[in-house]
Ligand binder design. Sequence first.
Ligand SMILES: [Zn+2]
Ligand SMILES: [Zn+2]
Length: 965
Amino acid sequence: MFKPVDANPDFSKLERETLERWKKDGIIEKYLHKNDESKKSFRFLDGPITANNSMGVHHAHGRALKDFFQRYYNLKGYKQRFQNGFDCQGLWVEVEVEKEMGFNSKREIENYGLANFSKACRRRVDKFSQVQAEQSQRLGMFMDWENSYYTMSETNNLYIWHFLKECQKQGWLYKGTDSMPWCSRCGTAISNHELSDGGYQIVKHESVYVKFPIKGKKGESLLIWTTTPWTLLANVAVAVNPKFDYVKVEVEGEKDTLIVGRSRLQILGKKYTVLAEFKGGKLIDLEYDGPFDKLPANRKVEHRVISWDEVGEEEGTGLVHIAPGAGHEDFELHLKYKLDLIAPLDENGIYQEGFGDFTGKSAHKVKNEVFTSLKKKGLFYKTEWIEHSYPCCWRCKEELVFRTTSEWFIKVTPEFRRKIRQVNRAVNWIPVHAGKRMDDWLKNMGDWPISRQRYWGLALPFFECECGELTVVDSKKELKKLALEPRKVDTLPELHRPWIDGIKIKCPQCGEVVERITDVGDCWLDAGIVPFSTVKYLEDKKYWREWYPFDFITEYFSQIKLWFYTTLFMSTALEGKAPWKTVLATGFIVDEKGEAMHKSKGNAIWFDEAVEKMGADVMRWIYFLSPASHSDAKLPFGFHLADEARRRFHLILWNVYKFFVTYANLDDWKPAKKNPSELKLRLLDKWLLERLDQVVWEVTQNLDKYDAAAAGNLLEGFVINDLSTWYVRLVRDRVSPSSQDKKDKEVAYHVLHQTLLILCRLLAPFIPFMSDKMYKNLTGEPSVHLSSWPKLKVKPKASILIEKMNRARQIVELGHSGRKEKGVKVRQPLAGLTYFSNHPRLESELEALIQKELNVKTIKYEREEGELRVDLDFNLTPDLIEEGKVREITRQIQVLRKSLGCKFNDLVRIYFHGDPDLVALIEKNQNDIQKEVLIADSIQSFKPNILGKEVTINQAKIWLGIEKR
Ligand SMILES: [Zn+2]
Ligand SMILES: [Zn+2]
């Protein structure tokens, strides 16, 4: 006996019970070690999740997908590592801890004490890595949780030291000055790759048009435009495009004549007269008066017009204000043209000494003062509000400024760029254009700025001596060797600030005492080193070679400039090859309307709520079947979609399973090892098994290409269209209690049982809970996750039977639409059907299925060229009409049985009363009706106070009542 199946399953509850059972029976442990002895291995590397908050449903998508492919390869018998990773260092943790503590500046952190702050960061990571591990288990992830890696570990940090030392050996490491995007709240530089993921926001700014009087040409000014008025205090040049046309114009109400790009005249917004026209080249080297020349910091600056091909015609005036201390490209122009450099801001975004009234004020807050000052000097033209995409801090969302600072960089040499691009070309990118995107990034990437002026992060092991010697320490052993007090190294509680800051070394060159620089590392170094640090690259080369390079990784598309990039960079630097062979870059979650989910918008969905309301299997089904699991498409997600998925798939599958268990139990059927040849399969049975073979083959093919979406859609199609709405529907009569053919019942049970078992194994990676629940009940084995993937040695041949069945189903469809057109219900039997086809006649067994589905007495075939068509005989004889009425009465009794809550083998008593013709009809057909709907006896009378209803059949009325016997 199989355990009876619940008609109204609470999937979430079933999942929680299953989790308990897995734990109790040690299923996960057995799963992890199932293939330890296997010769084949599947090498998966988990990109670390930031252990900083509870999971959102977007995290769950990526994590479910990782679990999915590990399950697939585990069923296929591949040895694997199941190591989960947590990302633990960097600004994201720091900013959350600051919020927790109510801090809003670096000063507050320093007052609190770095040791306390680092401990608080660690506590947060410890807490949320635990939370995320529990949530992931609820999602159905099977991982080796005890052996998770943490990027804050000493091992991971020391591996980065090693990497940095290698960079130094190659001559790639240097300290340079640049104008970098800078967060004045966090007090740190931000790199371009950090800006790539959510670093830009749409912001409204009041831009300003400003006049710069040309020296030696009285009454003539250059007109420039800027969206960041604070940078005007750092202006040193104006750039023009030498190839563009410029004009000198007289503008209504303006004293001075102005110079603007000819294609930008519309920005003037006033009447104007063009006085002269010339190429931009003519403007080059003109000198002009800067807007803030009186400020002490600006007194010696010489302003001039320079040439720049990047000046565009799409916005502004065609003349670009250049402030090398406040913009990256401006800084490059400063190097090229040896322009002056004014660096106005300190690390908190405050004007430094030398800026008059502006000194001590925040760059974010001086807009109106700048405007007033310009007006006073007669340099103001107009302002204009604009909405544009502007860089913001990826962590705290504050608008960034640009600031000239000294940072540490890893140089990208032309050879390295060539090498890394070549390495990238060997990677199997899914989708293909992700690889192209990576190549674009690699082609254009600048040197990698690796230093951050923060606290909880990798301590950069750089000791810079005044003699010019830079010592990069690559291990604890080396640190101890160089340390002033070696014993202090042994007692370091960890390699983080502030403890590490206490270690001083003796300069190997001059013997002077040197302190470590205080900067920490870019957190993408932490995650980038894991292809080495997690597989013992430095300690056990044999082990490392067994697992590196990795076969497969998957993350969001936006990781191209982040984790994909830094792992590729570090692996190319250390080993000259890619750390992974296949990369699946996936899409991102949106709400049901297609809009991005945001906490602030109120449309974000938390994992805990989702998993309890929807169930993990439903979530996973939505995730996997979306094209976003195989490309960078959007993934719509929400509670309505969950209800829809559950109705469309999970409940249909559950009902097939329930149907099988209920009937098989009723007949006390037990699975027995049967040779299929002993069973007399009908064509319908053979068809289902052939379809199943096809599905196994195609699903496997798709999963070998990492396409869970295609595989899932095939499985859903099979369960809904083939198994549920065709096979189960047609097999119902064969297994019903009124059927006496025991042998045929056994065949049906066997086929259904086999099909369900294979389905469970195919579905195990998709819906690990439900598939296991079903499999355990159907087999008595402990878990589907300890079984194996259904294997087909060769591709199934094109099936003639499947093709024929398709035709039969097409005939049925045509028949149904023919009936619909005439308004004749299927309950009304028809005398006959003829189908016209250019294919040979179908087997009588298939024709019988068509007859039954369409309720026709006879079926005829005629050969005819052209499209398949169907002709129904709608002439109704009195016999047919009578049969139709009997069917309708039978159906109404079935409805009553359901309302009464009858199990399908309960016996009932029927009362009937009304139209004499109908009464006579029931009496005449009593036997047929009784057999169909399990009536014990029927009585011609009205009985009050029982369940009953009046029904109308062809205008005549009859009352039907029912009670349990
Ligand atoms: Zn910030
Ligand atoms: Zn020295």
